[in-house]
Design a protein around this ligand. Structure first.
Ligand code: HAM
Length: 429
């Protein structure tokens, strides 16, 4: 019986690994150049950590288990609670602001679908200790920097931005009680994923007053920050939240990324802990789930027993991004990249040890090289060189035996040159 991989998981064969590394390398490079330092935490934590503040949706998707000591644990579905826990642990000694990144493997028991699996990788960037929305702007800049580096433009992806602070202020201004607001967020977050009729029904379940419901429906139709001002009227909290969004868009303009960014009142985010500016990245076709999402979560560290300290951040998974990159052909160049610099072939079995010596020398100099275990016909060895994607092939033959010369064949053009062995190593430096 052949055993299948578990539903919602992936096997990474070398060609898949090349794609995964292409994405992971980009995440790491972009994080480092934007001033973030890497961290990681354990793959499982106490179950209650995810039941506390992440919200019902994620709590219902946990891979939870009891360990042999009877502790209730869960595999991490996200790393933000771990980050909050780790920062709280060293809050007095860590220099602020804290700018950290991580690329954890996460598990969520979601229904597997296009772009959503049960095990995935997620890039996280977070800034802790900055109140100003300049930190939110920097997070958005860093996300866009990554999308651009990976080969996407504003014709491919869009960052949709809103504010929970604004929504909370407006909903309160409309007369919705503070305790009921969380429930409204959950419904609003579903809006773009369900038919309008279902959305209205769900809204009815949490808001019984038709006049209030209509206000929310009208609000959801707003397309610009200017239109919002009519809704805010004289409400100071709503006006302050609009001002903050304007300031954010001002920063994004200075940073030169407005072409990627749009205001979208429909962005609420699924996780419960967000408190301020929120945003999600989508591919332009809007056929796929979000590529990434994040926002401000100013209460999470305090909720985890730490001080009141502001925080903002973002997470981007590898699944939807991978689909977009595949669709746009941005993985194609990976298959053309050479895995091996030099494949050393030999025309006579008596030269096997010489080829082994040469390969060892090349490897010690940091050059990716390989050879055939079996030797045999040169044609077969050259075929093997192509199979391992070698850029060049060194052939040890009569030239080597008689004159200590190497024949170097360029595998792409087929051109050959003959080089003295000393000159060859001299050229390698
Ligand atoms: P999230 O919206 O739950 O946020 O996830 C962020 C991204 O992770 C999603 O947009 C998607 O790319 C990816 N993702 C989530 N679930 C899955 C899944 N089942 N399969 C594949 N990809 C998935 C968070 O996790 C927040 N902790 C992000 C954050 C960091 N906020 C502040 N700092």
């Amino acid at each position: 019986m052949k055993i299948q991989p578990v539903k919602g998981t992936r096997d990474f064969y070398p060609e898949d690994m090349a794609k995964r590394n292409f994405i992971a390398d980009c995440w790491k490079q972009v994080s480092l150049r934007n001033g973030f330092a890497e961290y990681d935490g354990p793959i499982f934590e106490y179950l209650k950590m995810y039941q506390l503040k992440s919200g019902d949706e994620i709590a219902s998707q946990l891979f939870a288990f009891e360990d042999r000591g009877g502790r209730d644990l869960a595999i991490r579905p996200e790393i933000t609670p771990t980050l909050a826990r780790m920062v709280n642990q060293r809050i007095n000694t860590l220099p602020k602001p804290i700018k950290w990144f991580s690329t954890p493997r996460l598990c969520r028991a979601e229904r597997p679908q296009k772009g959503r699996l049960r095990e995935f990788f997620q890039w996280n960037i977070d800034i802790i200790g900055v109140d100003d929305c300049l930190a939110d702007a920097e997070i958005i800049f860093c996300a866009v920097d990554c999308l651009q580096q990976i080969g996407l433009t504003s014709k491919d992806v869009v960052v949709r931005i809103s504010s929970r602070r604004l929504l909370a202020a407006l909903l309160e201004y409309f007369g919705i009680k503070k305790q009921g607001i969380e429930k409204v967020y959950t419904v609003l977050d579903k809006k773009s994923k369900i038919p309008q009729e279902t959305f209205e029904k769900m809204l009815e379940e949490v808001i019984s007053d038709p006049a209030k419901r209509q206000k929310i429906l009208d609000l959801m139709a707003v397309e610009s920050l200017e239109q919002l001002e009519d809704f805010a009227g004289a409400d100071e909290n709503s006006k302050a939240a609009i001002e903050e969004l304007k300031q954010l868009f001002g920063y994004l303009e200075v940073m030169g990324i407005t072409e990627f960014c749009r205001f979208d009142i429909g962005i609420v985010r699924g996780l419960a802990y967000y408190t301020g500016i929120v945003f999600e990245v989508y591919d332009i076709s809007e056929q796929l789930r979000a590529i990434g999402g994040g926002g401000r979560y100013d209460n999470l560290l305090a909720d985890f027993g730490g001080p009141k300290i502001s925080a903002t951040g973002f997470g981007m998974g590898d699944c939807v991004l991978g689909i977009v990159l595949e669709e746009k052909g941005l993985f194609e160049k990976l298959s053309q990249q050479s895995v091996i610099d030099y494949f050393v072939a030999y025309t006579d079995q008596s030269l096997q040890n010489k080829s082994l010596e040469l390969v060892s020398k090349l490897r010690k100099s940091g050059i990716k090289s390989d050879f055939s275990y079996k030797g045999g016909a040169l044609g077969k060895q050259l075929k093997q060189a192509s199979m391992v994607n070698s850029a060049k092939c060194i052939i040890l033959g009569d030239e080597f035996t008689q004159k200590k010369q190497l024949v170097i064949k360029d595998m792409a053009s087929g051109q050959q040159e003959t080089v003295e062995i000393e000159d060859f190593f001299g050229r390698l430096g």
